[in-house]
Design a protein around this ligand. Structure first.
Ligand SMILES: Nc1ncnc2c1ncn2[C@@H]1O[C@H](COP(=O)(O)OP(=O)(O)OP(=O)(O)O)[C@@H](O)[C@H]1O
Length: 254
């Protein structure tokens, strides 16, 4: 593990598309070996932030580092990160196994080790029997599983996961959640963006809520829920509603 203080750190991160400020000024300091839940309404700027942190979009201003390496230096960051985007990049004409083998080559994983990891993941995700089918024949959930495996195959220090349980049946979603918890136990860092708050409630050590391109609240889930007034036991949903709307909310921020 690197000597960098944080797995992810960002200062004043900003992205403008023409007249649209997608990400305004985001500061982050995510500890090694933790799960960071990244929440926010549709259009808040979560994907754009993740694309900047994974070197896919260049920031308009500000800085970010992954395990100490600047995100503007793709070669320095590449091996440390894995990214599951909302629509995983897969080739319809390849089989599931071919897709993963192709990705393993791109990541320079030696073949025997790649085969071992691919077999283990396919087994874990109940995909072993379909590994020889072309991806065009896969269901949404099967594609999602392939996308997730290819994000994790090189065992990166920092994983960015956009809706990792989207489209998955409850058993597969549970497998993914267990895998995320295991990765954090191994010292990896997971930056988890999802609208499924129960997933964040279960897994996240810290939560940041983005609205209009800015982090409007951040902290441990139990710290955030303590700050919200609700008739029943406050949840992250109450926190989300309180900090992302200033009118009509059933809950109030203390
Ligand atoms: N390539 C682009 N060109 C122009 N505007 C963009 C581009 N990408 C994103 N935006 C805009 O930036 C803002 C933030 O979008 P982004 O996709 O980051 O939000 P999000 O929080 O991931 O939303 P969702 O939860 O719906 O996935 C939106 O207003 C969006 O229209």
């Amino acid at each position: 593990m690197s000597a960098a203080q944080f797995a992810i750190d960002a200062t004043g991160l900003r992205k403008r598309f023409g007249n649209t400020v997608a990400v305004d000024s985001v500061d982050l300091a995510v500890d090694h070996g933790t799960v960071y839940g990244f929440l926010g309404p549709n259009g808040a700027g979560k994907t754009t932030t993740m694309r900047m942190l994974t070197t896919l979009t260049r920031p308009s201003a500000g800085e970010a580092r992954i395990v100490g390496a600047p995100v503007t230096d793709r070669d320095a960051v590449r091996d440390s990160i894995g990214y599951l985007p909302e629509d995983p990049p897969v080739f319809d004409e390849l089989t599931g196994r071919e897709q993963l083998t192709y990705f393993a080559r791109l990541r320079d994983i030696p073949t025997p080790e790649a085969d071992r990891r691919i077999d283990a993941w396919l087994e874990r995700f109940d995909l072993a029997g379909d590994a020889g089918k072309r991806i065009e024949e896969y269901s949404k959930g099967m594609r999602q599983k392939i996308g997730l495996v290819q994000a994790l195959l090189h065992e990166p220090d920092v994983c960015f996961l956009d809706e990792p349980t989207s489209g998955l049946d409850p058993r597969a979603a549970r497998t993914v959640m267990n895998a995320i918890a295991e990765m954090a136990d191994e010292g990896r860092t997971i930056f988890l963006s999802t609208h499924i708050l129960s997933v964040v409630e279960e897994l996240a050590d810290a939560v940041g809520v983005l609205a209009d391109g800015r982090i409007v609240t951040e902290g441990a889930p139990e710290t955030l829920t303590r700050q919200v007034e609700s008739d029943s036991d406050p949840t992250l949903e109450d926190v989300f509603l309180a900090v992302t709307t200033d009118h009509g909310a059933a809950v109030q921020w203390r």
